[in-house]
Design a protein around this ligand. Structure first.
Ligand code: ADP
Length: 572
């Protein structure tokens, strides 16, 4: 039943009962009033008339006296007030006897008959009063009874409403509030249980439908998320590169099969554990985590797994997210990716070996070409004309360049294979400078370049491999001559700065754009637009040589004004 109907019925019933109670009370009050009025009018008056007649009876005379008048008027009133059965007979007998008495006032026999009639009337009325009193008493009792019953019914209904109605309304609201709180706490399986066929029943039905839809939506989202998670996990697992995911506390969140293979641990031994704790017993993990802090270019790592050596390049990707509705980004961890570069390494080795073999093999024929050229220039071999001499000069230049290139390639291949042997000893910086100057003298003369030396005196020896250091200085000087115009000036500075000696070559050539200054020490790099006769290896090899001797190398240059190449080596 609807709450509204229930309320209407309850209050309506109460209202009806109150009306019934009021009507019953009014009815009985009226009834009692009628009874008492009846007694008063019908019987009490008759008694009064009778009394008047008794008082007047002894004064009755044939002439019209006051008593006779009173008697007559009382008799007349009594005749008009006959109410009881039998009363009429006695009243008529009284009338007859009174008439007789009036004629014969001293007739005692008639007088007593009159008296007897009056007494009979009085008796009848007295009996009627008694009986009517009894009726009125019963009416009052009935009134009590019915009013009590109606009152009790009213009380019971009102009490029932008082007890049940607030609970009927408040209990579902309470249950609904608790359920709404559960839904707010993401407990979408919550349902309300009241199924009455009233407004709350409808509300419960709507609420349960809403909760069901929310649950369905939540489950579908959860399913989607789980599906996507599985997809990502499968993707990561199927990648050939080892991948390790860490949260920002360093706890390992995921590791793919490739990573497990090289680390040599099982997934259950590693997932959810602290990487730094595991690193205490696992060297590879240690190197992966510790190296993390090192910035700059990734270093190739040699890892022995599955009975073979593999090379990996580590990349650490910092994962940050911007939470929905916020501007700031938060750091949620790192992903360490090890790129398997074994194949490239193998190809690189093959290339280096090839270069080493070729450059080594080329050295002998080039040397023999140079020797043949020297023989050709000798008069004993025969005179050459001017044109032939020019050709010889050109072949000489080319073979010199070839020698330089093969020399650089050989040095590089030795560096790459780690076969370079440094002979670091106490070396005299002046000797290194003089040796290099001597080596490029012919080249400088060819270009009419002026070579100037500025050296501080009494410089101490340096810790260096004389041959390699001179090689670097020669490379600086050759470049200075090559990248400067004719008749230019090239200055070599040798000076001390704290515990280091600086070797410096300054030219007034074309200079190097500042965008390329950091790149010219990379292998095979040549500034775009510069002539391609070189290999782009000289400075890269120079850097390797100097850094292998714990020195530093660098350049300062301004485009169009010239360059200063320098390296520093520690003193003994
Ligand atoms: P390359 O054999 O090409 O000279 P290097 O490694 O010696 O190789 O030099 C790399 C590049 O740096 C050169 O190609 C050239 O563009 C630039 N370079 C080197 N030295 C100088 C210099 N003194 N002046 C201008 N450019 C230079």
């Amino acid at each position: 039943m609807k709450i509204k109907t229930k309320l209407n019925l309850g209050v309506g019933l109460l209202f009806v009962l109150i009306i019934i109670l009021a009507l019953t009370a009014a009815f009985y009050v009226f009834q009692i009033k009628k009874d008492t009025e009846n007694i008063l009018k019908a019987n009490y008056n008759s008694l009064e008339y009778s009394r008047n007649m008794l008082l007047a009876i002894d004064e009755i005379l044939p002439e019209q006296t006051q008593s006779t008048q009173i008697f007559e008027s009382s008799l007349k009133n009594q005749t008009a007030n006959v109410t009881e059965p039998g009363e009429n007979n006695f009243t008529m007998s009284l009338q007859k006897n009174f008439n007789l008495l009036k004629k014969d006032p001293n007739n005692e026999h008639v007088k007593s008959a009159v008296r007897r009639d009056i007494f009979e009337i009085m008796k009848l009325n007295m009996a009627a009063i008694k009986q009517k009193n009894e009726v009125a008493r019963k009416t009052a009792e009935a009134a009590n009874f019915y009013i009590a019953i109606t009152g009790t019914l009213c009380f019971l209904i009102a009490f029932n409403l008082l007890v049940n109605l607030p609970n009927n309304i408040a209990n579902p609201i309470k249950e609904l509030t608790a359920s709404i709180q559960q839904i707010a706490n993401k407990n979408y399986s919550e349902r309300v249980r009241f199924t009455n066929h009233n407004e709350f029943g409808d509300l419960a039905k709507s609420f349960n439908t809403m909760a069901e839809k929310l649950q369905e939506y939540n489950n579908s989202n959860l399913y989607k998320l789980l599906f996507e998670k599985q997809r990502l996990e499968t993707l990561i697992n199927n990648m050939h590169d080892p991948i390790i995911g860490l949260d920002n506390e360093g706890t390992i969140l995921f590791v793919n099969d490739e990573a497990l293979r090289i680390i040599g641990l099982k997934s259950e031994d590693i997932i959810g554990k602290s990487a730094s704790t595991l690193a205490l017993t696992n060297d590879l993990l240690k190197s992966l985590i510790i190296n993390d802090l090192e910035s700059g270019k990734p270093h190739p790592m040699k890892i022995y797994a599955d009975n073979k050596e593999s090379y990996f390049e580590k990349e650490t990707v910092n994962i940050t997210i911007t939470p929905i509705g916020e501007d700031r980004t938060i750091d949620i961890g790192n992903v360490i990716i090890l790129r398997n570069i074994t194949l490239f390494k193998e190809l690189d080795f093959a290339k280096t070996n090839f270069i080493a073999t070729i450059s080594h093999e080329l050295k002998t024929p080039i040397a023999s070409i140079k020797l043949s050229l020297q023989l050709l220039e000798k008069p004993a071999t025969g005179m050459v004309n001017e044109e032939q001499q020019l050709l010889i000069e050109s072949i000489k230049d080319d073979s010199q360049r070839l020698l330089k290139i093969t020399g650089e390639l050989l040095e590089l291949s030795q560096l790459e294979t780690g076969n370079i042997q440094l002979n670091i000893e106490k070396s005299n910086p002046y000797e290194i400078v003089n040796y290099a100057m001597e080596a490029v003298k012919a080249q400088a003369e060819q270009k009419h370049a002026e070579l100037v030396i500025h050296t501080e005196s009494n410089l101490p020896n340096v810790k260096a491999d004389t041959e390699k250091t001179a090689w670097v200085l020669i490379n600086f000087l050759t470049n200075a001559i090559r990248y400067s115009s004719e008749n230019s000036k090239i200055t070599v500075h040798l000076k001390r700065e704290a515990q280091q000696i600086i070797f410096q070559v300054t030219d007034t050539g074309k200079g190097i754009d500042k965008h390329y200054q950091s790149k010219i020490f990379d292998k095979y790099f040549q500034v775009p637009g510069s002539h391609k006769s070189g290999t782009g290896l000289g400075l890269a090899i120079s850097k390797e040589f100097i850094e292998a001797q714990s020195g530093t190398i660098g350049v300062e240059s301004a485009l169009g004004l010239g360059s200063t190449f320098y390296f520093r080596l520690g003193i003994v």
